[in-house]
Design a protein around this ligand. Structure first.
Ligand SMILES: Nc1ncnc2c1ncn2[C@@H]1O[C@H](COP(=O)(O)OP(=O)(O)O)[C@@H](O)[C@H]1O
Ligand SMILES: [Mg+2]
Length: 250
């Protein structure tokens, strides 16, 4: 624990790269991965390599789309980059902090302060209202104005009149907007979104996509989006394609 907080302190508030002698100081990338790999053991007992040798660097404020066929490893990569999962090989740095060197508690703390994640399946808590779903991570992060801030962010995604609604009382697009509000409320440096428009009709998908890019523009939030949606991918400054767990070159 002391090691973790020391690392966090060293790197904040102004994360710097590790310049070599004489090299100009440069801001650490928002996200970087080196030699990233993930191998799992299947229920049949075989080893399955899901991700291999992924190198990646995403500058602060950048927008990156991760595309590729179903099963190519996109969700696995996103989970590793966000610190939700641990790699079999390689390292991931968030804002210059090597998260692969942290324990689960350290990663959880770093996620809470720097990372927002929008799951494809929303993952809202059914027993909590929209307002409470957005408030919860803010309260866990110790933010005193959680209630007001959650209401404000929900207002900004057009759900000001739906604060007291439970997820089952909301449409798919509304639930996705709650999930995005929840991910954005703590003002993360990086927002990871796994097929955020995947479950939505075209028009709602467009509105959700617009919301993500507005927040990127207004707050400089780095955006890393897994998507099948070509319009969403085109909107990103950069795209990488995964093929069988590797970044396809060219
Ligand atoms: N825990 C796991 N155990 C076994 N296989 C897995 C596991 N997680 C993912 N996979 C497999 O790894 C491949 C990549 O999965 P995933 O990252 O979800 O792909 P994508 O998001 O691109 O569809 C898939 O073939 C999937 O079935
Ligand atoms: Mg996936």
């Amino acid at each position: 624990m002391s090691g973790t907080s020391a690392m966090l302190r060293t790197d904040s508030p102004a994360p710097e790269g590790r310049p070599g002698a004489g090299a100009p100081a440069r801001r650490a990338p928002a996200v970087s991965a080196e030699g990233l790999g993930k191998t799992v053991r299947t229920s049949a007992g075989d080893e399955l390599e899901i991700l291999r040798d992924v190198d990646l660097e995403i500058a602060a404020g950048d927008t990156l789309a991760i595309v590729g066929a179903s099963g190519s490893g996109k969700s696995t990569l996103l989970g590793l980059l966000a610190g939700l999962d641990t790699p079999s090989t390689g390292t991931v740095c968030l804002g210059g902090v090597d998260i692969t060197a942290l324990d689960e508690e350290g990663r959880a703390r770093l996620r809470a302060s720097r990372v927002g994640f929008v799951f494809q399946s929303f993952q809202l808590l059914g027993s909590l209202t929209a307002h409470e779903n957005v408030m919860l991570p803010l309260e866990l992060a110790g933010i005193a104005t959680a209630r007001e801030r959650a209401a404000d962010v929900l207002g900004r995604v057009g759900l000001g009149a739906r604060l007291g609604h439970y997820p089952r009382q909301l449409s798919g697009g509304e639930q996705q907007r709650v999930a995005i509000a929840r991910a954005f409320a703590a003002e993360p440096e990086v927002l990871f979104a796994d097929e955020p428009t995947g479950n939505l009709d075209g028009r709602t998908g467009e509105a959700v996509s617009e919301l993500l890019f507005t927040m990127n523009r207004e707050r400089g939030t780095t955006l890393v989006v897994v998507t099948h949606d070509l319009r969403l991918a085109d909107h990103c400054a950069r795209a990488i394609e995964l093929e069988d767990g590797q970044i396809r070159s060219g």
